[in-house]
Design a binder for this molecule. Structure first.
Ligand SMILES: Cc1cc2nc3c(=O)[nH]c(=O)nc-3n(C[C@H](O)[C@H](O)[C@H](O)COP(=O)(O)OP(=O)(O)OC[C@H]3O[C@@H](n4cnc5c(N)ncnc54)[C@H](O)[C@@H]3O)c2cc1C
Length: 758
């Protein structure tokens, strides 16, 4: 179709882009860390978009769709067969399947393979490859190899171990995962049951799963692909039925909960990919909302599997030949690898939310409902109102734009701290570890929750079409939502931040020790009493904003401390911990944002821009920072009022500022989301197309649905041949396959139709 179906929508979006108050390209450079990073992204994307393996279109063979739709009975067998097919080149038709778990998993494997081949062929360097992995936008069986397996070896392995395993891992001669969680325990690591019992005669560990609940479960990449795993075991048993000498658990309980081991373990043969003796391995099956369907979260049981002593990752904790456990110099050294993953998740929280809000902002700009107010369109009176002009749509979307910017900017600060901390850890210095651990626990919990809620809000803000899978939001949500759980359940992690804050509060109260850079506000605000006087201060003054946020955070922590002192048990204080951690995190995020805006001129990317562009960027970022601050104040009023940081008479002013900021953001809403520089390929959304042709996008996507082909519809009516190379359907009786025809033609229906003269 050469002519757009609804030309007005393209005009609407073009109009929204006509007069941005800042240089959009410069903002993209700022967000992405430079023009070269964007160029890299575009180059990598060109390769991906041209390769059918990475197509995000729903173009899979109609035979397969049809068969799966009618033969769920065979689905289980099919799922098992995936394992065998995946080892060899799977036989598939053209196109990429998109909406069944097993096919998506096969896709995940194919995409992983193609990426690995391209990395070597092109070749892509580490950064390009990271970009490629993020652009394909699928949770892949290979993801945890890079995100869990390799980083843990690098951070917890000694020099020999790194030398031995990293090159094979980087060449994919071995593929691994990180296996910690078990069927019976996840959050409580000390409750893990898998044992690593040391046998000093053979100098081996014996890894064993003593019960069903000891099965490692949920492990990304384990279900099909991984040949190896880093396995987390809390300890050897005190009494073991297996031959071996136990670790001296009791001796070390005073130092850490238990001597735990992270061991490098072979799971499946690198020759024929069959499970090795003593290993029972498999996929845990479909996941909520169809999310994570292209990744093989798996299980494994160990039956007295022997591994050499040298397979225990021994950078920090060690076991000698004689079986003596040597504890790490610092108990917290093992936190390092967890922090790595969380730092990445904070960054993702911003970009994923940015993506959802880009789609929603574009679509709400082209969507029109009801009569337009006179000043809301280029041709007033002739068109209905753009839904983006409604205050409730603005109130839901614009703060999310500000939040995504805030998260991206805060993640940059955390990444810088993390890099300093990593360099320190390499020398076994742990000065920053406690602070960064608490910071990332708080940011990960708050950021992933806010982002997930925001993605769903974007869907709702788009009305009915938001519920179409072609909006791209539902799949994004399904894949994003488990971030609230993995790498530490959010409500468990916030307790770590809360404990840190209580310690800092204690230090501030006694005045004996120096607080960390990110918590020394407690020292200042502990002395303030009563509400912050806003009579002579502007809510748009960053200094005032920071004072409000730090006083509120301190008082929420004081409240938690008082509850503890009053004798309330820790398990009863989960929500108080959440509140303290969130108030602290909201302050940190604001501080990062305020500092970036203040020092914008010194930013390495921005410093090369001309002065007018820098000033424009600064104004736009300041506005978004204000919106983040005022929206957070407004949505957290209960906490600001109950801690008496604000007074009820201030509420009007907060809300008025929010209304003003929402209106002021409107003119730049599309440009600030354009600045994320998401391509149509990446967004994969009919509604969020750059050209504004949302209706055409929806129309075309619907036309391509296999269920709209004549052949498919015929088969739905009277099931005929089932030919497919994916399913063996011979055991399914044809009567089980027929669906519509038997409904219409059953019993005396034909007579009834005649009688009714239909
Ligand atoms: C998609 C996905 C991928 C994963 N990938 C991996 C992987 O690759 N490797 C791996 O090892 N693991 C993986 N996991 C497991 C994940 O890390 C755990 O599920 C997570 O840490 C939560 O632990 P849990 O399942 O034991 O939850 P539980 O601890 O059982 O949580 C259940 C509920 O109890 C609450 N709760 C539990 N303890 C407390 C407490 N002390 N205080 C207050 N509330 C509490 C939680 O908030 C939650 O509401 C993955 C999980 C998912 C969903």
């Amino acid at each position: 179709m050469s002519q757009p179906l609804v030309p007005q929508t393209a005009k609407d979006l073009a109009w929204a882009r006509e007069n941005p108050s800042f240089n959009v390209t410069a903002m993209s450079w700022f967000l992405h860390g430079g023009a070269d990073m964007l160029e890299r992204r575009e180059n990598v994307e060109k390769v991906l978009a041209a390769d059918p393996i990475f197509s995000k279109k729903n173009s899979f063979p109609e035979e397969i769709l049809y068969s799966l739709a009618f033969h769920t009975l065979k689905f289980t067998n099919f799922f098992l067969n995936i394992r065998m097919q995946a080892i060899h080149e799977p036989r598939r038709g053209e196109g990429i399947p998109a909406n069944t778990t097993a096919l998506r998993l096969m896709d995940g494997l194919r995409i992983s393979k193609r990426l690995i081949i391209l990395r070597d062929e092109i070749p892509w360097d580490v950064e390009d490859y990271r970009i490629a992995l993020s652009l394909v936008d699928a949770r892949l069986p290979i993801t945890l190899h890079y995100g869990g397996f390799i980083p843990v070896i690098l951070s917890q392995g000694n020099t020999q171990q790194i030398r031995k395993w990293i090159i094979p891992a980087e060449r994919h001669a071995i593929i691994g995962c990180y296996a910690q969680t078990e069927l019976g325990h996840g959050s409580n690591v000390a409750g893990l049951e898998t044992t690593a019992t040391y046998n000093s005669v053979r100098e081996q560990f014996v890894i064993h799963s003593p019960s069903l609940t000891a099965a490692k479960w949920w492990i990304g990449g384990l279900g099909v692909l991984s040949t190896h795993a880093v396995v987390q075991c809390p300890s050897g048993p005190l009494v073991s039925t297996a031959p071996g000498i136990n670790l001296e658990c009791r001796t070390y309980r005073t130092h850490i909960e238990m001597p735990s081991t992270k061991s490098f373990c072979s799971l499946q043969s690198t020759e024929d990919h069959k499970p090795l003796p003593g290993i029972t391995i498999g996929d845990i099956g479909p996941k909520a909302y169809g999310g994570f369907s292209s990744i093989d979260n798996g299980f494994v049981l160990f039956d007295y599997v022997r591994i050499p002593r040298e397979n225990m990752l021994m950078k920090f904790a060690k076991v000698t030949k004689e079986g003596k456990y040597i504890k790490p110099v610092h108990d917290k050294l093992s936190y390092g690898s967890m922090v790595t993953l969380r730092v990445g998740m904070i960054n993702d929280a911003g970009w994923e939310l940015g993506r959802a809000v880009t789609v929603a902002t574009r679509y709400c700009t082209v969507r029109r409902q009801f009569n337009a107010p006179a000043d809301s369109s280029p041709s007033p009176g002739t068109l209905e109102a753009q839904v983006i002009s409604y205050s409730a749509v603005r109130a839901r979307l614009f703060p999310l734009i500000a939040l995504s910017y805030a998260l991206i900017i805060a993640s940059r600060t955390v990444t810088e701290m993390f890099e300093i901390m990593s360099a320190q850890l390499a020398n076994e210095e742990t000065d920053l570890l406690g602070q960064v651990h608490a910071l990332t626990c708080g940011l990960k919990s708050w950021g992933t929750r806010k982002s997930a809620e925001g993605i769903e809000e974007c869907r709702k803000a788009m009305g009915g079409h938001g519920f179409s899978a072609f909006s791209g939001i539902s799949e994004m949500f399904a894949n994003y939502i488990p971030t609230n759980t993995y790498e530490g359940d959010n409500f468990v992690l916030t307790q770590q931040t809360a404990r840190f804050l209580l310690k800092e509060l204690q230090k501030a109260s006694t005045g004996t020790e120096t607080l960390t850079d990110h918590s020394n506000y407690i020292q200042r605000s502990i002395k303030t009493t009563g509400p912050i006087d806003l009579s002579r201060a502007s809510l748009l003054d960053p200094h005032t904003q920071l004072i409000l946020f730090e006083v509120r955070a301190t008082r929420v922590t004081i409240d938690l401390a008082e509850q503890v002192q009053a004798g309330r048990e820790w398990p009863g204080l989960n929500m108080e911990c959440w509140n303290a951690s969130s108030a602290h995190t909201e302050y940190i995020v604001l501080r990062c944002f305020v500092e970036r805006v203040k020092e914008l001129e010194t930013d390495s990317v921005v410093s090369s821009l001309d002065k007018r562009d820098v000033a424009g960027l600064k104004r736009a970022l300041k506005k978004l920072c204000d919106l983040y601050a005022i929206y957070t104040l407004s949505s957290g009023l209960t906490s600001f009022l109950s801690t008496q940081t604000l007074l009820p008479e201030n509420v009007q002013s907060v809300n008025q500022h929010l209304r003003d900021l929402l209106n002021e953001t409107a003119a730049d809403a599309v440009p600030v989301t354009d600045a994320f520089a998401f391509s149509d390929y990446y967004l994969n959304s009919a509604l969020g197309r750059y050209d504004g042709q949302s209706y055409q996008g929806l129309w075309e996507a619907a036309q391509a649905e296999p269920a709209n082909t004549e052949q498919w519809r015929r088969k739905a009516y009277e099931v005929g041949s089932l030919g497919t190379d994916y399913l063996e359907v011979s055991t399914v009786q044809s009567s089980q396959c027929e669906i519509i025809k038997p409904i219409l033609k059953r019993g005396e229906n034909e007579e009834l139709i005649k009688l009714a003269k239909l």
